[in-house]
Design a protein around this ligand. Sequence first.
Ligand code: GDP
Ligand code: MG
Length: 437
Amino acid sequence: MLENISERLQNALRFITRQAYVSDKEVAEYLREIQRALIMGDVDVRLVSQLTEDIKKGLKEAGEEYGISLKDRITYLTYQGLIRILGGEKKELRIIPNQLNVFIFMGIQGSGKTTTVGKVAYYLKNRNRKVGVIAGDVFRPGAVDQLKQLLKDEVPLYSDASKKTSVEVIRGGVEWARRLGLEIVLVDTAGRHRTEETLMEEMAQIISAVNPTATILVVDAMIGQQARVQAEAFNKVAKVGYVIVTKLDGSAKGGGALSAIASVGAPIIFIGVGEGIEEIEEFDPVKFVSRLLGKPDLESIIARVQKMSREEKIRAQRMARGRFTIEEFVQQLESARKMGGVQTILSSLPGGRRLSKKDMEEFFIKVKKWRAIVNSMNTEEREDVGIMDSSRVRRVARGSGTSEKDVRELIKQYLVAKKTIKKISKGALRDISRLRP
Ligand code: GDP
Ligand code: MG
């Protein structure tokens, strides 16, 4: 299903995850590739640029959160964006208890209506629903036979060759369904008409004659983003309750059809993925995107990003108030290196200024030393550096293979940074995560 699109999206993600270091350049290339993949899949250009804008925005907002790898975040944002494009939360066919639910299938000829009526009937029957079908297409001679073949006596079928109009047949069928005490009746209708206008007209007549629980629009995935126009046209005559997109197995434009439908706000409940009676699937954007991106580990990435985001928010708030331990101070410096937010902290150090690349490198060598020092401190000392007297300083220096001067410098830098950040946080800049170099 949608192999081309899927392959391209997966290649783009692989390209990102393979990079040793991801800069703006790689991100831009990644986004271009995502755009190409989606446009090739006939997704509306506006939706595509919305998606890439959302990813860019998401990356920018998260720019200085520490600890989450940029690669994970890109995957996460892409995943979320695609789910949004496909309509978000999974929607279900609502069946009202203790009454007959009448669902009228609409759609142009060849879209897959009759086949889909059969599939949905099987689907419901297999879930122990009392379901029947009305053959409401009186125009096509073979329509009743087609349904008979599909349903094979496993689902009751109503047809009436003596009646001339669809409206009459369907009216009779609804009475039949009531008599049988069915919960659900699915109504197949004709798609073949001289003009589209007469099709729409007839649909309007059927709707007012039987007042269905909902209509179900059947759309062929092959038409790609044109699905939007079709959904809007049908919506004018009869409010589209649900949509089923068929032939996703064979179409490269499936993504275009699904996103176009979702963008008009019509809930897609099923997708058709083959000619067989069982080849229908509930449409779940989340699962669909997971499959599209081919990432079985997607859920763990999502969970990781969400958990980290929560922890980081708390940490950022503590940082912002200048409430951080010496260990967190060093930790921030370490992760700042990866995230590029280091200037913020550096500029709060004595003599803080913009540093050259060489200065930065020297600085990070120092941070390595500081890490060793912190590792040699005990919990008590990490919690409160105020207790660091000269004998403790000596012990820590020896333990970490550094000098007493190094230990004193770290403590001094930490205290100054804390004080400065506290001061800043009382001013306009309350959130350290917003501070930029
Ligand atoms: P209708 O004119 O709207 O009633 O369309 P039909 O149900 O007669 O289907 C038209 C053609 O599309 C038939 O050959 C079906 O077998 C085929 N078809 C329907 N749904 C699917 C699907 O999900 N996948 C594939 N590959 N073919 C389908
Ligand atoms: Mg048909």
